[in-house]
Design a protein around this ligand. Structure first.
Ligand SMILES: [Zn+2]
Length: 185
């Protein structure tokens, strides 16, 4: 399958409208294509800022999740230690509890991932922010894998589409437990 236009940032992929480039992370927003200095469309950066960042080998800044998602107005698992949540995940076998943990860990991952942008690359603070993000990311993946098996057994897992990820596949399953994805569960 081939998208409608070349990624305006990296030029390495063809994207549909509003598809996120798997290479550079740019979301193919036609309005920002038209207005390359407009910030805060589908992307946090303007197109020109993103092009400059990409050329310098920097990651594109992602939209802050709390800009448009009420539930993410504060850090989801702020008062918990990672190790405690990890331990809980490993002890939990009940599906609904796993779903709740997955949603919380997913939201926490995207929350902490955003911290990476607060520090310059190469600093110890940046490395620490990356370590924390990776930790939550690994736990999120682990939970997702377990839940996808459960969802599949329950006949609630959508087939994988070329332009969307596992989150979309899990939609009907998560909905059963009261979760809808809006850049966070
Ligand atoms: Zn790209």
């Amino acid at each position: 399958m081939i998208g409608t236009n070349k990624c305006p940032v990296c030029g390495k992929t063809y994207l549909y409208e509003y598809e996120i480039c798997p290479v550079c992370g740019w979301e193919n927003d036609p309005i920002q294509m038209d207005k390359p200095d407009l910030e805060g469309g589908a992307n946090r950066m303007s197109l020109n800022q993103a092009i400059t960042a990409y050329k310098k080998g920097e990651k594109l800044k992602k939209k802050k999740l709390n800009e448009d998602v009420i539930v993410m107005a504060s850090e989801p698992l702020k008062d918990y230690e990672f190790e405690d949540i990890q331990c809980l995940v490993h002890k939990t076998i009940e599906t609904e509890a796993l779903v709740n943990l997955y949603a919380a860990v997913f939201n926490e991952f995207f929350w902490v991932e955003d911290n990476e942008y607060d520090f310059p690359k190469g600093t110890p603070e940046y490395a620490e922010a990356c370590r924390i993000t990776d930790q939550w990311g690994a736990l999120m993946d682990e939970l997702e894998e377990r839940l996808m098996r459960i969802a599949s057994d329950a006949g609630l897992l959508l087939p994988r589409e070329p332009n969307s990820g596992t989150v979309k596949q899990m939609g009907p399953f998560m909905k059963k437990y009261g979760y809808v994805n809006a850049n966070g569960w």
